[in-house]
Design a protein around this ligand. Structure first.
Ligand SMILES: [Zn+2]
Length: 281
């Protein structure tokens, strides 16, 4: 029996490159996205039901959703980190292999046995070692902002919902998500729930992607010359210098929710007043 020690690793065989390419991390992205959509749908149900019964926001349920959403996001980030590690490891293994003499026959293999005949010969590291090294590098690098919830609507809404539930006109400092700042701060002042063009409460609020100003669909459509108009005009918000066109506007779901909550609060106050007057009679 030979006392030869087999090489711990070999440069990749040119014909095996294809198989290396085929090694991938299982992609659970779509399942995570599906779960995220369900969180979002549950949130909508909670909001609609609570508004319908004029109830208080079920904060424990909201908290559970916040946690679930965070867990999903963490898993999504973990999956994307694993993908990056594997891709980096595969590339560095390929580069490492390119610096070696190709192993195509048994005699080439023999050169690597016992740690190589020539002590100066380049010995590649194994794919596993490359993987471990890549993992170390990537874990220490700053991850790119990877959001499961593409526009982060759900996590954003979950954060600010308890605030606008009590005061639908509350101005929230940052309605966009930021990882290192979980606290939503309320600024002074109030948000107008009336369209500055129609001077009526929003029916279908539309927000400008360019400047974040919101107008009612009816108002902004007539201002810009009709739903199919390509005209570009100055944003009708006083003091805003951006040029906007119909294409720049999307539905402002947050404003819509603010208005729904405001209506609900008004109805509740009216019902309370009615109850009081009945008591007096
Ligand atoms: Zn504007």
């Amino acid at each position: 029996m030979s006392s030869d020690t087999l090489p711990k690793s070999l440069p990749i065989h040119p014909k095996a490159t294809k198989y290396l390419h085929d090694i991938t991390v299982n992609d659970y992205t779509q399942y995570l996205q599906q779960c995220q959509r369900e969180v979002s749908a549950t949130l909508t149900q909670i909001i609609e039901t609570t508004l319908f019964i004029h109830g208080d926001l079920p904060l424990d349920l909201i908290e559970e959703l916040v946690q679930t959403n965070k867990d999903l996001q963490a898993q999504y980030e973990q999956a994307s980190v694993s993908c990056r590690i594997l891709e980096t490891a595969k590339n560095s293994y390929k580069q490492d292999s390119n610096q070696c003499q190709p192993v195509q026959s048994l005699s080439d293999w023999q050169k690597h046995v016992n740690g190589g005949i020539d002590p100066n010969m380049h010995m590649p590291k194994s794919l596993q070692t490359h993987y471990e090294e890549s993992a170390e590098t990537i874990k220490n690098s700053t991850p790119p902002a990877n959001l499961l919830d593409a526009k982060s609507k759900t996590s954003n809404l979950l954060k600010i919902l308890p605030q606008i539930w009590n005061d639908p006109t509350a101005v929230i400092r940052d309605e966009k998500p930021s990882d290192d700042d979980d606290d939503i701060k309320i600024e002074g002042g109030t948000i107008d729930l009336e369209c500055p063009i129609t001077c009526k409460q929003f029916v279908t609020p539309m927000i400008s992607k360019k400047c974040g100003h919101t107008f009612d669909k009816e108002g902004i459509t007539s201002y810009l010359g009709g739903p199919h108009s390509r005209a570009t005009k100055d944003c009708p918000q006083a003091g805003c210098s951006k040029s906007v066109s119909m294409n720049d506007f999307v539905e402002d779901n947050l404003m819509k929710l603010r208005c729904k909550i405001a209506v609900c609060i008004k109805q509740r106050q009216r019902a309370d007043l009615d109850a009081e007057s009945i008591d007096i009679i």
